[in-house]
Design a protein around this ligand. Structure first.
Ligand SMILES: CC(C)(COP(=O)(O)OP(=O)(O)OC[C@H]1O[C@@H](n2cnc3c(N)ncnc32)[C@H](O)[C@@H]1OP(=O)(O)O)[C@@H](O)C(=O)NCCC(=O)NCCS
Length: 200
């Protein structure tokens, strides 16, 4: 039985695994980059470490098998990311100047200010969502979005945005179906936003 519940610290290793197993445009990224830790250290672990109260998981027999990781205030998150997360990340993932997939993610991870999009007043929050393959297509993604929207509404946050990879057509279909709309600043149309009072 799959249930939605809040994140707890004991889920951290599962969060890392889910991020890697879905990190290559929705497919398994194991072994893709020079260091499997890179994707979770950009897109998942700083979220659960710095914003554990706005993270929800799909629990199957006590294990997290999917997640939605939310940040209610992207501006303050960027400040904390730079101060508290970046020093360790930068030491572990040096820049080499090469044009490789690994180095493109290293550059992204070292640039928290990329999250300061022009639409932040309307959409102050942002999110990441991933489910292991066996849990996809059962309405759990929708339920995770609902859980996060309710939490954000209760905190008075008006909107949430996210960005997905241009090769991730499943994500595109899912977000469109839930009512996320493209944001003007997203050049390839893969940056979308949703108001927290939306019915999903
Ligand atoms: C994308 C993802 C979060 C969606 O979650 P999900 O649980 O599979 O989606 P749901 O079953 O909740 O679907 C909700 C609605 O979206 C629709 N939908 C889902 N995937 C879709 C797709 N590829 N195209 C069109 N519609 C889609 C569903 O049909 C459903 O609509 P309905 O209730 O009217 O039938 C999940 O599939 C996933 O984790 N994929 C791999 C990782 C990933 O790509 N994450 C996003 C990175 S940005």
């Amino acid at each position: 039985m799959a249930d939605i519940r809040r994140y707890r610290q004991g889920d951290r290793a599962d969060i890392r695994e889910i991020c890697i197993r879905t990190g290559r445009s929705g497919e398994d990224a194991t072994g893709w980059l020079d260091d499997d830790d890179l994707l979770p250290e950009i897109y998942a672990l700083p979220y659960v470490d710095l914003e554990p109260e706005t993270a929800f998981v799909v629990d199957v027999d006590g294990r997290a098998r999917g997640y939605i990781l939310g940040v209610p205030d992207t501006r303050s998150f960027v400040e904390r990311l730079r101060a508290q997360w970046l020093p360790g990340f930068a030491a572990k993932h040096p820049l080499t100047g090469e044009d490789t997939p690994t180095q493109r993610f290293v550059r992204e991870g070292r640039d928290p200010e990329r999250l300061l999009i022009p639409e932040l007043d309307e959409y102050p929050a942002h999110l990441h969502i991933d489910l292991l393959p066996e849990l996809q297509g059962q309405g759990l993604g929708r339920r995770l979005v609902r859980a996060l929207l309710a939490e954000l509404r209760s905190r008075g946050v008006p909107g949430v945005w996210l960005e997905y990879g241009p090769d991730n057509q499943n994500a595109a279909g899912f977000y469109r179906r839930l009512g996320f709309a493209p944001l003007p600043s997203g050049t390839s149309g893969t940056r979308v936003g949703l108001h927290t009072d939306a019915r999903v």
